[in-house]
Ligand binder design. Structure first.
Ligand SMILES: *Cc1c(COP(=O)(O)O)cnc(C)c1O
Length: 400
């Protein structure tokens, strides 16, 4: 029996390899940051982490985490409702809620769990969930755990969404679910229009703002702030594993009675361990830092603008926008992966993305900027991009 299963899986693995879809993990031998050391000793500049604010190994964050370890211990060895709730867990939940202009919030081990636990307690066969075609895998899985009808609307297409809201007016609850920022293109969900449609058709709005909280919007409160609807989105989910320190952890912010209900019924909350106090206390410090000053997100914005301008000037085809996710379009899968390999040889660590992660013929390199990048880092990256672009014929050689 076991032999048959192994044989079957080995066949699948071969197919993954032959299709060029096998993911190899590059080993890092240093803390996460913009300057990292690979296992083979090479020092490279990292341009592909979700470390948007540069907090993953920021001295202030490390110091806070050390102190938290001494003050609160390492782990809780309990779910929240047995003996896994320390005062910092509740203080952090209140701080997240205040930051996002919501009534309360609830912590999870990851945003994947938050998205897995947000739908099933509330929605059933009488309800319909309208989901953007490019939503994150964790939202798709979370929706699958309910018996609600799932309807996918075309990506960020408000006409399509409105039509589907009209068609479903006879259902009990209608829920619009979207990423705030979509990770492959760095584009935004039009939340102002989504909130308007939700009002018009009496729908609940759930936004996963994992690629936004901490830096999108004038004070880093996310996509809702950018679109002027902060406090008007019903549920915001997010991760502590990206801009907000990069360790792990997730949350849902929303109306107090609905958060209260999640504490009673949300399975990944009820049946999974409490967030480590080291992370809870450090995240709290990060939220209070981000509430005091916008300096980190301002630096990231400036870095993003500079990098985008310089790449466009060099002649690259990049998706327009202002998010620190910057897709450099190469279209051809082999070219994109070759390009990334050659950049690594020049000390720039980026990843090529191709089908099935992005549509066929849309292969690209996705760069992610950080507030921790300096001008020199960015200049070095642009130089390397230009050299490789010329070598591979992506850029035209300047006429002598
Ligand atoms: C990264 C990400 C997640 C997963 O967050 P984790 O905390 O790592 O589980 C969920 N949704 C979106 C949109 C993400 O980008």
């Amino acid at each position: 029996m076991k032999e048959r299963l192994i044989e079957h899986v080995q066949h699948e693995l071969r197919q993954i390899r032959e299709a060029g879809l096998y993911k190899t993990e590059r080993i890092i031998d240093s803390p996460q940051g913009v300057e990292i050391t690979l296992a083979d000793g090479r020092k490279v500049l990292n341009f592909c982490a979700n470390n948007y604010l540069g907090l993953a190994s920021h001295p202030r964050v490390i110091e806070t985490a050390h102190k938290a370890l001494d003050r609160w211990g390492y782990g809780m060895a309990s779910v929240r409702f047995i003996c896994g709730t320390q005062s910092i867990h509740r203080v952090l939940e209140k701080a997240i809620a205040a930051f996002l202009h919501c009534e309360d919030s609830i912590l999870y081990a990851a945003c994947f769990d938050a998205n897995g636990g947000i739908f099933e307690p509330f929605f059933g066969p009488e309800d319909v969930i309208l989901s953007d075609a490019l939503n994150h895998a964790s939202l798709i899985d979370g929706i699958r755990l309910t018996k609600a009808r799932r309807i996918v609307y075309a990506h960020a297409d408000m006409k399509d969404l409105e039509g589907k809201l009209q068609e479903t007016q006879d259902t009990r609850f209608r829920v619009i679910v979207t990423d705030g920022v979509f990770s492959m293109d760095g584009d935004y969900a039009p939340l102002d229009q989504i909130v308007q449609l939700a009002r018009k058709y009496d729908a609940v709005v759930v936004v996963d703002d994992s690629h936004a909280i901490g830096f999108v919007g004038p004070t880093g409160r996310g996509t809702a702030e950018k679109f002027g609807v902060l406090g008007e989105v019903d549920f915001i989910t997010g991760t502590l594993g990206k801009a907000l320190g990069g360790a792990m952890g997730g949350f849902i912010a929303g109306p107090a009675p609905l958060i209260e209900f999640l504490r009673q019924r949300s399975r990944p909350y009820l049946f999974s361990n409490s967030l480590s106090p080291v992370i809870a206390a450090t995240a709290l410090e990060i939220f209070s830092w981000l509430s005091e000053t916008s300096e980190l997100r301002d630096k990231l914005e400036e870095n993003t603008r500079y990098f985008r301008e310089r790449l466009i000037a060099a002649g690259f085809d990049i998706k327009p926008g202002d998010h620190p996710i910057i897709p450099i379009m190469l279209y051809d899968a082999v070219l994109a992966h070759r390009f990334a390999d050659m950049l690594l040889e020049k000390g720039i660590y980026v990843i090529g993305f191709s089908y099935p992660v992005v549509p066929r013929g849309q292969a690209r390199i996705r760069v992610q900027l950080s507030a921790a990048h300096t001008r020199e880092h960015i200049d070095k990256a642009v130089e390397a991009f230009t050299e490789v672009g010329l070598t591979l014929g992506v850029l035209k050689k300047p006429v002598a």
